[in-house]
Ligand binder design. Structure first.
Ligand code: ADP
Length: 260
């Protein structure tokens, strides 16, 4: 018999509201991402896509509603009709299952590449240093940077730094990988080297992915669902083929004609 978590989506937003001051960015947002799904969020700038990733990563907290990971509440749960904040210990446990790659790499600049890769496995997962190093070496090979383990991030190109950031996220064996505009800060000629690594990750693993990108070909190659956002709401959702070739909504058509 499947355990409860086998039947739960990897991510579920339940009436989520997020405001910054008076600016309501997400209003009663509901959606789920099934385990193993690769979902791309598209939509105009300011439509709330990055906020959604940051909520899942617990870098932001919802003002209302609930977010579940594998059926477990992320930061708040409903108890006796009330919305109750969960303890930091619980949040840390759920957070361990989630990896994120940011637009600006966000590597620790004062650490070597190897130190960046083993930091969280050793301190958060309590992996032995030897095991963490062995795993990191395998990941550096995968991203083509075996010769850079002793380099510092600022000695690397943007593309190389982003490949390290992908390896660092994978070092935690995440169940969910969040990709936030991971190629936006890169020169056009090196965008491909990062996207190809992520295409491989998508092919070779069953990690659930939630992706924000303007690289529509990448979205088409990697995702099985695309959600079009506008003003913090889902305007349209479909498989990538339908979304990119015959979208139904005028707002989606306008957006795609501007970016494609
Ligand atoms: P997108 O990723 O679709 O471009 P964002 O999620 O980054 O959209 O932003 C949605 C809205 O939330 C924008 O109006 C933005 O200005 C606002 N916003 C995002 N983060 C913050 C923040 N830390 N403080 C105040 N406003 C924010």
């Amino acid at each position: 018999m499947p355990s409860q978590t086998d039947t739960e989506p990897a991510i579920r937003f339940d009436n989520v509201e997020k405001r910054f001051g008076d600016n309501v960015v997400l209003h009663d947002l509901n959606f789920s991402v099934a385990k193993g799904d690769r979902v791309t969020l598209i939509g105009p700038s300011g439509s709330g896509k990055t906020t959604i990733l940051r909520l899942v990563m617990t870098l932001e907290e919802a003002n209302n509603g609930y977010i579940y990971v594998d059926g477990e509440p992320l930061t708040h749960e409903e108890r006796g009709g009330k919305r109750v904040e969960l303890k930091e210990k619980h949040k840390n446990e759920v957070r361990k299952r989630i990896g994120m790659v940011f637009q600006q790499f966000n590597l620790f600049p004062n650490m070597t590449v190897m130190e960046n890769l083993i930091e969280a496995p050793v301190h958060v997962l309590k992996m032995s240093k030897a095991d963490a190093i062995e795993k990191a070496k395998g990941l550096l090979e995968k991203v083509g940077l075996s010769d850079k383990e002793n380099a510092h991030p600022l000695e690397l190109s943007g593309g190389q730094q982003q490949r390290v950031a992908v390896a660092r996220a994978l070092a935690m064996d995440p169940e969910i990988l969040l990709l936030d505009e991971v190629t936006s800060a890169l020169d056009p000629e090196i965008v491909g080297e990062v996207l190809n690594i992520l295409r491989d990750v998508a092919k070779e693993t069953d990690i659930t992915m939630l992706i924000v990108t303007h690289e529509m070909q990448f979205a088409r190659d990697v995702s099985n669902r695309v959600l079009m956002f506008d003003g913090g709401k889902i305007v349209e959702e479909s498989d990538p083929e339908t979304m990119f070739t015959s979208p139904k909504e005028q707002r989606t058509r306008d957006f795609l004609s501007a970016v494609l």
